[in-house]
Design a protein around this ligand. Sequence first.
Ligand SMILES: *[C@@H]1O[C@H](CO)[C@@H](O)[C@H](O)[C@H]1NC(C)=O
Ligand SMILES: *[C@@H]1O[C@H](CO)[C@@H](O)[C@H](O)[C@H]1NC(C)=O
Ligand SMILES: *[C@@H]1O[C@H](CO)[C@@H](O)[C@H](O)[C@H]1NC(C)=O
Ligand SMILES: *[C@@H]1O[C@H](CO)[C@@H](O)[C@H](O)[C@H]1NC(C)=O
Length: 247
Amino acid sequence: MKTSAGFWLLAVLLVAATSFSQTVEKYFKVGGTLQLSPQPVSAEITSIVWKCDKNLLAEWVKDLIELTYYSKFKGRTNLNTTTGVLEIRNMTAEDTGLYSVEINNQVQSWVYQTVAMEAVPQPVVSVRLLVCSSASKSCTLSCDGNVSAAGPVEYFWKIGDGEWKQSGTNMEIINNEETQHVTNFTCRMKNPVSERDSKPLPNPLFQIPSFPSSSSPTTVSDDTESEAPVTLGVVIGSLATVVAFCL
Ligand SMILES: *[C@@H]1O[C@H](CO)[C@@H](O)[C@H](O)[C@H]1NC(C)=O
Ligand SMILES: *[C@@H]1O[C@H](CO)[C@@H](O)[C@H](O)[C@H]1NC(C)=O
Ligand SMILES: *[C@@H]1O[C@H](CO)[C@@H](O)[C@H](O)[C@H]1NC(C)=O
Ligand SMILES: *[C@@H]1O[C@H](CO)[C@@H](O)[C@H](O)[C@H]1NC(C)=O
């Protein structure tokens, strides 16, 4: 038992020693700028070496080596020699890699694994089921767009002028009095490097609120005729929204 415990302790120590460097994932937008910061150092910075996949990227040693950029990073990189912060413009998918830094001749334990991704597309809200009208019990809206190159995407929905709420790609709307008074629905796509909103979709379940919205319900017509004005109202309402939309 004792030897076993000792063995495991040794194993744990060995693993801890070899995995001393910690990898941090860093997303960048294709065509955008990547900014990497070293861990804070207390002393004045007198030398900096940034590497990408073990190849020299940028180098500077106070009073000894002028600020130098290497290979594909020339002409689009900036190293701030006071802070050690590295900035690379016009990032492409080929710049994906493991970035590490040495400050004052000390290899820092943090390394950055960079991951390329495209900005999210402008989403479009569409109605999932073919049949969705004021007569439907519920409808499903979906937030559409080609996100195949956009990495992990989060979805948010906004009801009318309400707050953004995180949710899935689809949103079910139940046909009740509350929903009927909502004018439109908007969705948002967000990934680590971008976010975009759809145009508001006019509510397919919209019903014109009855005018005297006070408590006394005014009966405009008898039961047999009440269907027609509602339908007409919905049509006019949708038209009004569409017209407002186009202006
Ligand atoms: C380096 O960064 C510091 C702090 O952000 C800033 O004050 C300074 O102007 C930067 N130097 C250069 C050359 O950009
Ligand atoms: C880098 O991107 C800028 C716009 O951000 C563009 O003007 C420039 O031509 C690009 N440079 C290269 C080398 O692609
Ligand atoms: C989605 O976008 C990727 C590239 O970003 C493209 O290769 C693919 O064909 C697109 N898919 C559709 C269905 O448009
Ligand atoms: C969407 O609904 C909100 C709240 O009713 C309204 O303020 C906004 O103008 C509507 N937008 C469009 C484009 O219809």
